[in-house]
Design a protein around this ligand. Structure first.
Ligand code: 5GP
Length: 203
């Protein structure tokens, strides 16, 4: 009953999901992350095995061919994927697994796991604020920013496929993280997860 679930947090570049996931991790001790593999180059301050496992395209494709990747996608010209080994480590410990991945991957995980997966999308209040946050990060070239803004449009277009859309208002990260925590708790303690109780109620 109390086995962990997979909490997918998506959101366009500039939605602020990286920050929110960091706050959430402090609030929810029983949560673990899976460090993804990517072919994108590290940004300043990122570290191998902490932010991502940085791979060449050949290395990434070899992992895919070996069946070691749970879901993957191409995003702004780079490959990103969840490593099975990373996911299994957290799930094996009975903890909730948080996956900070884009919408394509979110859909793949939902199809694999069904009710054991919750899809949440974080949103900035509007496109202008989202772009401002993306630019303020100051880590991307203009060309990359444009690609990410374009990608954001397609992510917003499929927001309706997500189970929860959560507003990440400026300066209200605490509230936003609390909302995610409430969703996580609700997902553990309500239908459809409680179906396993009714299935065996009189056994
Ligand atoms: P960034 O380059 O900004 O770190 O990540 C770009 C996008 O890829 C973000 O939306 C991020 O959530 C997503 N992403 C990171 N890791 C994975 C992954 O393993 N799988 C998928 N599908 N998306 C990922």
């Amino acid at each position: 009953m109390n086995k962990g679930l997979v909490f997918v947090v998506s959101g366009p570049s500039g939605s602020g999901k990286g920050t929110i996931v960091e706050v959430l991790k402090e609030k929810a001790p029983n949560i673990g992350v899976a460090v993804s593999a990517t072919t994108r180059a590290p940004r300043p301050g990122e570290a191998e095995g902490v932010t991502y496992y940085y791979k060449t395209r050949e290395e990434f494709e070899a992992l895919l061919a070996a069946g070691e990747i749970l879901e993957h996608t191409e995003y702004s010209g780079n490959l990103y994927g969840t490593l099975k080994s990373e996911a299994e480590k957290v799930i094996g410990e009975g903890r909730d697994l948080i996956l900070e991945i884009e919408v394509d991957g979110g859909g793949q995980v939902k199809r694999l796991l069904g009710d054991d997966c919750v899809l949440v999308m974080l949103l900035a209040p509007d496109a202008a604020e989202q772009e401002r946050r993306l630019r303020d990060r100051g880590t991307e070239e203009e060309e990359t920013i444009q690609k990410r803004l374009q990608k954001a449009r397609s992510e917003i277009a499929v927001a309706g496929d997500y189970e929860y859309l959560v507003l990440n208002e400026t300066g209200k990260q605490e509230e936003c993280a609390e909302t995610l925590l409430a969703i996580l708790k609700a997902a553990h303690n309500t239908y459809p997860r409680l179906r396993c109780i009714t299935d065996h109620y009189f056994d």
